[in-house]
Design a protein around this ligand. Structure first.
Ligand code: C2E
Ligand code: MG
Ligand code: MG
Length: 763
């Protein structure tokens, strides 16, 4: 008896003949000795055809072992024994029969014969088989669901699906076909079983069973492909397939593809088979959708939303991999960092939307300019990098930089107007084994920075000697940050005197850094770093606060409207609230109105176009404006006309020449005269000798500043100087804001009495 078959209850089996039962007697040698008439109804065999035959001869070959086992069990059994086996019918087919055998014994208790009731068990076995198939299919779907949850990789899941469907449905071929995004062709993603034909570019529509399933959107079942009329089954037939099912793997807008199962025999697929395949296809749909969403999230986290290019993270990741490969295989790796020149100007003048449009155009031009092995990425703003994973030497990288410069400088048509741009490019080629993505980016950045300083549209190769400079700059930046927070900055003051009277009319605040190890550091060594890092905002505010407080204290102590000049950088002026904030600071510190002046250099006027309004509001808030280092740079005279200046400070380089150069004397004379006409005050910077001072007096320059009179010093030291000088003569007349701004009147006026003595010295 087969252990997996339910035992029949022998008590219910009566040896009576019904339409589905028959009775037989079998000898101990398993040969029929008697067969009742009912047998013929069930198996086609007449009784006389079976009597004398070995019962096992008629067993289904697959059940033969079970038949022997059942016989062995019956020989030992004390009661009835049962079995469910297939018996061959006369027509060659098989019928499931349940047998209940009772042994009959002779006077020696030996088995003389078996009395067996046979009953048709086809329906029961079929139901049992169906249940088992159901359970198998459910189990398979559940298992695949677990794989889908666990597996990040879609292709692993697809492989698992085809293997599981093939074994669960007992088909010889199972495949997942994917519909292409851009046309109606299908590609076989994975298959279980042999497939010798084409795996890509299979036709959709009625060209294949899969295509037909896509066209109808319904499961397509073919019991015999040889008589198929709905679609062309030739490719399946040529693979030896005779039947099969195809179901669609759905997705929101467009199906993902088709799941197909095919058998080498004609086959009737039942509802359970179809439902099973549909369930697996649905599971695959959900996994595909989930995977697509994850892919989108991943893509978004690694790409720039504006241009669609890889972002910094992805670029650095690719660079790291390329560097690892370089260590293994020795392939050259390089990085180019490009930064557009004056992009800020475009953004501010044409608006951010136009700026964005330009970046998108540029991104696609760059993508066309690089090779397929290069990665072009946007780091943010107007900064792009090219990672050359196979650089092929410095010469090739330079050629690439030139190509890039070429595409950047092609004109851009924005809002109907043509614009031309250039980019500064820094190139770093990996040369040591310790190179990392971060270090290469830093080197490229340093090279780009140098390129920018040399002028627009340049490129520079990173020079390792620069590396130490860069590191030093980084160190200074860190230390400066600390210095600002830990009161290491000092403000020194240098008096500005009226030439005629020799009396102080103002002081200039000049910052220094009292470094714990390097001593007193002059501003030229750290102001530019503070500007690049934005630390200048904090630093500048600190200097302004100190200067206002110091000046207010002097004004109170000496009872004179002494002025304070404070240097400010472009980034400070760029803040539209600058004027308001400084005016508020001056007011709070108790400064006399009109005694705070801001010194700016020409570069501030050139670079910060938006600063015009800020500069104008300085006046409305009672602040004054001086042009520092006049005579250096472009010295465009139009600035003197366009900007609301109160005075100029003539650069030391002109004062130097006053000792002997007639040209410098002529220039200084012209400046003084021009400023007089324009109503601008003139301060001569860097006066170091008596001759220079005398010369300036003769030229009519009213105010001087320089080591000759006083070096920049701490407030306490300058206090003494001021006290001494102010005691020497009458105080300069106090000016109100309105008089200071009045046209034709110098901002720093000399006292009339001293002017007379100056005039006398001319004769
Ligand atoms: P500046 O505003 O033109 O300042 C004048 C510079 O000339 C000062 O240098 C001063 O010490 C120096 N000087 C004055 N008289 C003489 C002289 O007779 N002979 C010579 N050889 N030099 C003289 P310092 O203090 O080193 O400042 C350099 C520059 O740093 C300043 O030039 C200014 O542009 C900038 N700076 C100083 N403090 C600040 C600040 O608080 N903020 C900003 N943004 N810049 C500052
Ligand atoms: Mg200055
Ligand atoms: Mg200066």
């Amino acid at each position: 008896m087969r252990p997996d078959r339910p035992a029949a209850d022998p008590a219910c089996r009566l040896p009576v003949e019904s339409s589905t039962d028959f009775l037989a007697r079998v000898g101990p040698d398993v040969r029929f000795t008697y067969v009742s008439a009912g047998c013929e109804r069930l198996t086609g065999w007449a009784a006389e055809e079976l009597v004398g035959r070995d019962m096992h001869e008629l067993a289904h070959p697959d059940d033969l072992a079970d038949a022997h086992a059942a016989h062995a069990a019956a020989l030992c059994a004390t009661g009835p024994s049962t079995a469910v086996l297939r018996m061959r019918c006369k027509d060659g087919g098989f019928v499931w029969l349940e047998s209940i055998a009772h042994s009959l014994r002779d006077e020696h208790e030996a088995i003389s014969e078996f009395q067996v009731v046979f009953r048709d068990a086809s329906a029961r076995v079929r139901a049992e088989q169906q249940l088992a198939q159901h359970a198998r299919q459910h189990g398979a779907v559940a298992r695949l669901g677990q794989v889908a949850l666990r597996e990040q990789d879609l292709s692993t899941l697809v492989e698992e699906v085809v293997a599981t469907v093939a074994s669960t449905l007992a088909v010889q071929l199972c495949g997942v076909l994917r519909l292409r995004e851009d046309d109606d062709l299908l590609d076989i993603l994975a298959h279980a079983g042999d497939w010798a034909g084409e795996t890509i570019g299979l036709p959709a529509g009625t060209g294949t069973q899969a295509g037909y399933a896509l066209a109808t959107g319904e499961p397509v079942i073919a019991e015999d492909l040889r008589s198929e009329r709905r679609f062309d089954a030739s490719n399946l037939l040529s693979e030896g397939m005779l039947s099969g099912m195809d179901v669609i793997i759905a997705r929101h807008e467009r199906p993902f593809g088709v799941l197909s199962a095919h058998a080498t025999q004609p086959r009737r697929f039942n509802v359970d088979d179809v439902n099973f395949l549909v369930a697996v296809a649905n599971l695959l749909s959900a996994a595909v959708e989930h995977h697509r969403k994850e892919e989108l999230t991943r893509h978004a986290s690694l790409h720039d939303p504006l241009t669609g290019l890889p972002n910094r993270t992805l670029a650095l990741d690719r660079l790291d991999r390329a560097l690892a490969r370089r260590r293994r295989e020795g392939i050259d790796v390089a990085m180019l960092l490009l930064d557009l020149d004056r992009f800020k100007l475009i953004n501010e003048s044409l608006g951010h939307a136009t700026g964005d449009e330009l970046l998108v155009v540029l991104a696609s031009r760059l993508a066309d300019a690089v090779r397929s092995s290069d990665t072009i990425a946007r780091l943010g703003g107007d900064e792009f990098v090219v990672v050359c994973e196979r650089a092929g030497g410095v010469r090739e990288v330079v050629a690439l930089a030139e190509r890039i410069a070429g595409v950047v400088s092609r004109p851009y048509v924005l809002d109907g107007d043509e614009h031309v741009l250039t980019a500064s490019v820094g190139i770093a080629v990996a040369d040591g084994s310790e190179d990392t993505a971060a270090s290469l980016l830093r080197d490229a950045d340093a090279a780009m920075y140098r390129a920018k300083h040399r002028g627009p549209g340049r490129f520079e190769l990173f020079d390792p000697a620069v590396r130490s400079q860069v590191l030093a700059r980084l160190r200074t930046e860190t230390e400066l940050r600390y210095a600002i927070d830990h009161a290491q900055l000092l403000v020194h003051y240098q008096p500005i005197l009226d030439v005629a009277s020799g009396r102080p009319v103002a002081t200039e605040a000049l910052v220094r850094w009292q470094h714990p190890h390097h001593g007193l550091i002059p501003p030229l060594e750290f102001i530019s770093i503070a500007e690049e890092t934005g630390l200048i905002l904090e630093l500048g505010r600190y200097v302004l606060e100190q200067a206002c407080e110091q000046c207010a204290a002097w004004q109170r102590r000496f009872g004179v409207p002494l002025q304070m000049f404070v240097n400010v950088s472009g980034c400070q002026i760029a803040n539209p609230r600058f004027a308001v904030e400084v005016a508020e600071l001056a007011r709070r510190s108790g400064l006399l109105p009109g005694t705070l002046a801001i010194e700016v250099t020409e570069s501030v006027l050139i670079d910060e176009r938006g600063s015009m309004t800020v500069l104008e509001t300085l006046h409305t808030h009672g602040l004054r404006l001086l042009l520092d280092d006049f005579g250096t740079g472009y010295s465009s005279l139009s600035y003197l006309r366009r900007f609301p200046l109160d005075g100029v400070k003539v650069d030391r380089s002109f004062i130097d020449g006053l000792d002997g150069s007639p040209k410098d004397v002529a220039i200084m004379k012209a400046i003084v005269e021009m400023c007089r006409v324009l109503g601008l005050a003139v301060v001569a910077e860097g006066v170091e000798s008596e001759t220079q001072l005398e010369q300036l007096g003769q030229l009519g320059c009213e105010n001087v500043q320089g080591y000759l009179m006083c070096r920049p010093m701490l407030g306490a030291v300058v206090s003494e100087f001021l006290e001494q000088r102010l005691a020497e003569g009458p105080a300069p007349p106090a000016r109100t804001r309105s008089s200071a701004a009045a046209p034709g009147r110098p901002a720093l006026r000399a006292d009339a009495r001293l002017r007379a003595s100056r005039d006398a010295s001319r004769t």
